[in-house]
Design a protein around this ligand. Structure first.
Ligand SMILES: Cc1ncc(COP(=O)(O)O)c(C=O)c1O
Length: 382
């Protein structure tokens, strides 16, 4: 079955005896057992819930994994992944990554003895140079957030495999409809399901998908033990959103391609970072491992005040923190998504006061372009 069909029919084959097209919501904490020593297959909703399981199975199949677990947020999913490591372990991470992941590693796991080392994972030699025997994991964002740098997933997964590391890819920016890291050799995929998977900015969710059953079982154990599950109603909302993922991402990407080209030609725009542009430094690697450039764009105005002026001026596009939904959003990484990063890391990864992150939605291209045109009229030219 093609991905487009799979997502359109998410939850359809729930096996509901009444034939519901939309999978039922099992809003229950616990399940009545038929008799002593017997179970319907479900005992308690922290451990397993049919609605959550349907969502998990859909995402598992889209990512070509052995199993998937749905969490209460992307950060809960990443927390479960970091629970795989022990005190004394080091995890290599893309230096250009979501600020919340940096905060989790530095302020939650480092005091527990699990350390992060931040490197440019688009440079394989830098990754090799950062290795020492304490390194047990590698976490990659590609395209990275917010720099849109591209890392070679196949080469990095092979590097990880040779050294016995767990390789993890945060696939939030592209979704499994554009990139399938497990097929390229990664061990785990993480999603903020809040973004493209749910797609409507109406719920918060996370997912972890594992390629091998043993690792999947460990993640499920950690989830059940720590309790960070997605509730049944939210699982249903994500599954409903998932049904339109294919058409949403096609439309968002089409808008993004046009807007990236248009932005680049605008005199008030200093630079555009988007893997759909022919001169993006990572384009060849991206094209080899992903089926499209996605709909996330970063761009730079000529100075900081211009970026703030644009934020104040947009009307159709909302100034808000998140991405991947049907509504277009502009984010200011310096004070929003990447506020937690130390200044040195921010400067190294280009998170400066003139950087804007643009999550392109499904609105009419002309309305988005005209909104940017009027907003950019408040910005410094050239
Ligand atoms: C790439 C990436 N990973 C993880 C997260 C965390 O996800 P959540 O906000 O669902 O906890 C985010 C949130 O913005 C993100 O952009």
């Amino acid at each position: 079955m093609k991905d487009e069909t799979r997502v359109a029919q998410a939850g359809l084959n729930s096996g509901d005896e009444k034939g519901a097209i939309s999978a039922p919501i099992y809003q229950t904490a616990t399940f009545r057992h038929p008799g002593a020593g017997q179970s319907t297959g479900f005992d308690y909703s922290r451990t397993d819930n049919p609605t959550r399981r349907w969502l998990e199975n859909e995402v598992r199949d889209l990512e070509h994994g052995a199993d998937a677990c749905a969490f209460s947020s992307g950060m809960a999913a990443l927390t479960a992944v970091f629970f795989l490591f022990r005190s004394g372990d080091t995890v290599l991470l893309s230096e250009d990554l979501y600020g919340g992941t940096w905060r989790l590693v530095e302020e939650v796991f480092t005091p527990l003895g699990v350390r992060g080392r931040y490197i440019d994972t688009s440079d394989l030699r830098a990754v090799e140079a950062a290795y020492d025997p304490s390194v047990k994991g590698l976490l990659i964002e590609t395209p990275s957030n917010p720099g849109m740098r591209i890392s070679d997933l196949k080469a990095l997964a092979a590097f990880a495999r040779q050294r016995g590391l767990i390789s993890i890819v945060d696939n939030t920016f592209l979704s499994p409809l554009r990139q399938k890291p497990l097929d390229l050799g990664a061990d785990l995929v993480v999603h903020s399901g809040t973004k493209y998977l749910a797609g409507h900015n109406d719920t918060v969710c996370g997912l972890v998908v594992a390629r091998e059953p043993a690792l999947a079982e460990r993640v499920r154990f950690l989830q059940n033990s720590s309790g960070s599950i997605l509730g049944p109603f939210d699982a249903w909302l994500v599954m409903r959103g998932l049904k339109t993922l294919a058409v949403r991402i096609d439309r968002q990407e089409e808008n993004a391609r046009k807007l990236a080209g248009w932005l680049r030609a605008h005199p008030a725009v200093k630079a555009v970072h988007y893997p759909g542009l022919s001169d993006h430094p990572g384009k060849a690697v991206h094209d080899a491992q992903a089926s499209g450039p996605g709909a996330m764009i970063s761009f730079r105005t000529h100075d900081g005040p211009s970026a703030l002026a644009l934020i104040d001026a947009v009307k159709v596009i909302s100034y808000a923190e998140s991405l991947g939904g049907v509504e277009s959003l502009i984010t200011y990484p310096l004070t929003q998504t990447h506020a937690a990063l130390p200044e040195a890391l921010r400067l190294r990864t280009g998170v400066t006061d003139n950087l804007l992150r643009f999550s392109v939605g499904i609105e009419a291209f002309e309305d988005l372009r005209d909104d940017l045109e009027q907003a950019l009229s408040h910005c410094k030219k050239g």
